[in-house]
Design a protein around this ligand. Structure first.
Ligand code: ZN
Ligand code: ZN
Length: 639
């Protein structure tokens, strides 16, 4: 409601769960403007019948109950012959209501303000997008305002979601009543309840009645009274990712990093945002840490929030938890839960459900940089104009993997200094608990985008270290290309350098399937607790969309507009680097077994347990030193 009068705002999007005052936003804005800043206004509902119902059940009581409106709207002075349920006149303006299914009504008279309610229920018309049609009516007005409100539906298909992503993506923080730490409340991250476990640690019973919000900083569970107190401290923050001063900014990730690094919540907030407040507006504007400007415009203020922000008792944490438990294993109920409770679009995946928050919840803390199961490390790199993102992946038996490290090398990628730093990163070594050092065996760097030449040069000079420039296969004919090309590129002809064409779609099929694995073992992905939620969101951002080629429909992976997918590209390239090693003759399992056998050999004989008679003795300890010194010894074996 503050955004309605925030200077500079032209569009407002509210993508929120049900019963979170979306309708009140429209009612109050309409009432405010009719009284204090009159002009022609239009409310759009999915159908004309819904518009009539809205007029009867919402607008009429609003006018009746509000003295200033009662005097202005529908009095004898202004009542005209036209006055109907769908048309109300007042001094200086009118309020029209229309159904989104009747585009003729939408395109009739010019209006200054448009309120689109329940956008995701709008019918598909031949004339196209009803929101766009309604907005076209505002063309002649200066200071026009377009407001859209709805719970989202399916990701990539939801009108309110695409509108939200176009905006500045505001999220709300609430301060902990115990420690004052501000957090962006999230059902999966902050609400917990008692669970009964069996001896193996499997959950055998849930107690949703014990559900509470737990502070991410001090760990205190909030009583319902404390939760309501916290809701009273809500402030909205622009969270859209941006570019400024040749760097990219991710407000939410930067905030998490700042307080994890030890800053107080207040200091961490002040590092990332400026509090911008006036008599009728209040918002945390994202600020570039380098130049101090506000890189994210507020022309389109977009908001999202779930039930965890609801002040109603019927939406208290125990109720949301119970709803989650009854819907989590039922796909249809799950869609409804995401939309109506979380206020988030439901991610439809071709295979199994993959949810960023659930992946984040299983992150691990490892005893050393390199967990014991790892045999080989590869790197996948994604090149942007202003940075290179690198993921270091440890590979174990049957491609079980560990996300060892994720590094963002900031800097103009047309400059040598940036690539020098990338090189330094690739030369990093990693230690296992027993002290063994690991180096990077191979790396694939994506050369798509504007920096193909730079990536080629970088990799060409480092082919001996197996640093490969890659490019995604177009898969235009609908066929999946193999992850690593079966025809070996002839790198001997160094004058014509060509990137390695990798099958990104088949890699992403594999990736999505592996993300759905829940038990450690072949293909399972282990994540480090050091990754932020935004990283998991990037890893799960893409979805399959149908493409038509030569009369056939096939599915390709696509990143929805406004979403980031760097983590996906990095992982695909790390997978490609492993595939490249295998193509060159590496036997992954044999290498892993040799490297992990070396741990047992290096470990001192366990003191506590006496080995049983005839127990296998540790393998001869000759290998470890050899392996530590000589990466890539499998190449020799092949020859
Ligand atoms: Zn706290
Ligand atoms: Zn800047």
């Amino acid at each position: 409601m503050l955004a309605v009068t925030e200077p500079g705002v032209e569009t407002i999007t509210a993508m929120v769960c049900t019963q979170l005052m979306k309708t009140a936003l429209i009612e109050n804005a309409v009432g405010y403007f009719a009284h204090l800043d009159p002009a022609p206004m239009l409310i759009v509902q999915p159908k004309e019948a819904a518009a009539e119902q809205f007029s009867k059940e919402r607008i009429t009581p609003l006018i009746r109950a509000t003295p200033v409106l009662r005097e202005l709207i529908g009095t004898k002075k202004t009542r005209s012959a036209e006055e109907t349920l769908l048309y109300k006149a007042f001094p200086g303006g009118v309020l029209a209501l229309a159904g989104a299914g009747s585009p003729d009504n939408l395109a009739r008279r010019p209006v200054k303000r448009v309120f689109c309610d329940e956008t995701d229920k709008y019918p598909i018309t031949r004339e196209g997008d009803p929101i766009g049609l309604a907005d076209e009516r505002m063309a002649t007005y200066v200071g026009a305002l377009s407001v859209r409100a709805c719970s989202p539906t399916i990701e990539g298909e939801s009108l309110i979601e695409s509108s939200f992503l176009e905006g500045d993506q505001r999220q709300a923080s609430a301060a902990c009543p115990e420690c004052d730490h501000r957090q962006f409340l999230d059902f999966f991250k902050h609400i917990q309840w008692d669970k009964e476990l069996d001896e193996d640690g499997n959950v055998i019973a849930h107690h949703p009645r014990t559900a509470q919000v737990y502070c991410e900083a001090c760990g205190v569970g909030w009583s319902e009274g404390q939760r309501l107190t916290a809701l009273g401290t809500i402030r909205w923050h622009q969270t859209r990712r941006y570019r400024c001063c040749d760097k990219h900014g991710d407000p939410i990730a930067a905030y998490a990093a700042a307080w994890k690094a030890g800053a107080s919540a207040a200091d961490a907030v002040a590092l990332i945002w400026d509090w911008w407040e006036g008599p009728r507006h209040a918002v945390y504007r994202a600020r570039c840490p380098d130049c101090g400007t506000w890189p994210v415009t507020n022309e389109h203020a977009s908001f999202t929030a779930g039930k965890v922000f609801s002040p109603w008792t019927r939406d208290a944490p125990p109720k949301i938890a119970a709803k989650w438990l009854s819907s989590k294993n039922d796909p249809d109920k799950r869609v409804k839960f995401d939309n109506t409770q979380l206020g988030k679009p439901h991610k439809r995946s071709s295979s199994k459900e993959v949810v960023a928050e659930l992946l984040a919840a299983r992150a691990e803390v490892w005893a050393a940089e390199v967990p014991d199961g790892v045999g080989v490390i590869t790197v996948g790199g994604d090149t942007q104009d202003d940075r290179v993102e690198l993921e270091f992946v440890g590979w174990g038996l049957n491609e079980e993997s560990w996300s060892l490290l994720y590094v963002i090398v900031e800097g103009d990628t047309s400059k040598k200094e940036t690539w020098d730093e990338v090189d330094r990163q690739l030369k990093r070594t990693f230690r296992r608990a027993d002290g063994r050092e690991f180096a990077v065996e191979a790396a694939c760097i994506d050369s798509g985008g504007h920096r193909a030449k730079e990536v080629y040069e970088f990799s060409k000079a480092r082919l001996g270290r197996k640093v490969w420039a890659t490019k995604g296969a177009s898969d235009r004919n609908g066929k999946r290309s193999p992850l690593w090309p079966t025809v070996r590129p002839s790198n001997r002809t160094r004058t014509v350098f060509k990137p390695i064409i990798i099958g990104v779609n088949s890699a992403k099929d594999t990736l999505r399937a592996r993300l759905a694995f829940t038990e450690p073992g072949p293909g399972y992905m282990h994540f480090s607790s050091k990754r932020e939620l935004s990283w998991y969101e990037q890893l799960t951002a893409e979805r399959l969309i149908p493409k038509v080629a030569s009369g056939r429909v096939f599915q390709i992976w696509d990143c929805p507009k406004g979403k980031a997918n760097e983590a996906t590209d990095c992982r695909v390239n790390a997978m490609a680097a492993l595939a490249g090693l295998i193509q060159l003759g590496m036997k992954l399992n044999a290498v892993v077994l040799a490297v992990t056998a070396a741990i047992q050999a290096a470990k001192p004989t366990p003191a506590k347990t006496v080995p049983a008679e005839g127990a296998a003795r540790p393998a001869a300890p000759a290998k470890p030193t050899k392996f530590a010194k000589q990466s890539g010894s499998w190449m020799k074996r092949r020859r």
